[in-house]
Design a protein around this ligand. Structure first.
Ligand SMILES: Cc1cc2nc3c(=O)[nH]c(=O)nc-3n(C[C@H](O)[C@H](O)[C@H](O)COP(=O)(O)OP(=O)(O)OC[C@H]3O[C@@H](n4cnc5c(N)ncnc54)[C@H](O)[C@@H]3O)c2cc1C
Length: 243
């Protein structure tokens, strides 16, 4: 496949947890970059003399020239090596945007948006749209699954958003280590268990799932047993690349 790539220049690098880096980019060819909240880009590079690409969800809302992605390191990962070695001013090849993991024209309902790790970034990009939906009578539950508090990327953004808006709740779900001083929005256990605890119902809910494929499969199984139609289940699996 011939990809239509464009150059992205690194404009910012921030470690947002002890292991996850948030990289900010701008197009370096002067062209605008338009996307829908929830979409991803591909980063293209060479590894062992072969062209490869990796996908990353866009973590900021549309409406500016910025493109931010949050990258979680993978041991011996080829993109991991490239992306964690970048410096401000470096240029990488990218393509996109891609993906249909976006908000659709739904009737007011409860959105249950669950993620593991960097899978929460599409929901961060959606926050302004979610705000509009709250005004239209929707409600939203945003659930982030990570091992422990220090890995809760963008938790402050979600907590601030949800604590100041009617009908929005944030849950940070820790599968390995619960802090002694936990806030009410911090929960113990796997994120999919907390999705189930919300008692999802096809009559009222639309469920978004993003990140770890095992989490998504387990949640899908539970939701299908509850007779959710496919159109009310939206998912983005962060599957490892084949090359
Ligand atoms: C639509 C989409 C969106 C994505 N968005 C993001 C994002 O926003 N942030 C982000 O960090 N990642 C995201 N990913 C995953 C990302 O594209 C890469 O797969 C990831 O960064 C690893 O690439 P790598 O080249 O470093 O590792 P590779 O060189 O591909 O893998 C190295 C080794 O680790 C294994 N491996 C790869 N991934 C994992 C894993 N998750 N767990 C355990 N073993 C693994 C591989 O099988 C291989 O053996 C997304 C994936 C998809 C499909």
């Amino acid at each position: 496949m011939a990809w239509k790539t464009f150059p992205l220049r690194v404009t910012g690098i921030e470690m947002i947890t002890p292991t996850i880096v948030c990289l900010s980019f701008r197009r370096d060819d002067g062209e605008p970059f338009e996307f829908i909240a929830g979409q991803f880009i591909n980063i293209h590079f060479e590894a062992d003399g072969q062209p490869v690409h990796r996908s990353y969800s866009i973590a900021n809302p549309p409406g500016s020239d910025d493109i931010a992605v949050a990258v979680s390191p993978v041991k011996d990962g080829r993109a991991t090596k490239l992306l964690f070695g970048l410096e401000v001013g470096d240029v990488v090849d990218a393509s996109g945007p891609y993906g249909r993991f976006v908000l659709r024209d739904d009737e007011p309902c409860r959105y249950i948006m669950a993620a593991t790790g960097t899978g929460v970034t599409p929901y961060r990009a959606m926050l302004p749209l979610i705000e509009q939906r709250l005004d239209e009578g929707f409600t939203v539950e945003i659930l982030l699954g990570i091992w422990r508090r220090e890995e809760a990327l963008f938790a402050r953004d979600f907590e601030e958003f949800c604590s100041t808006r009617e009908g929005a709740n944030f849950h940070a779900c820790y599968s390995r280590e619960m802090p002694d001083d936990a806030h009410p929005w911090e929960k113990n256990g796997y994120v999919q268990l907390h999705v189930a605890a919300l008692d999802p119902q096809p009559a009222n809910d639309i469920v978004y799932l993003c990140g770890n494929p095992n989490m998504i499969d387990e949640a899908m199984e539970m939701l299908k047993a509850r007779e959710f139609p496919t159109r009310q289940l939206r998912r983005e699996k962060y599957l490892p690349a084949r090359s």
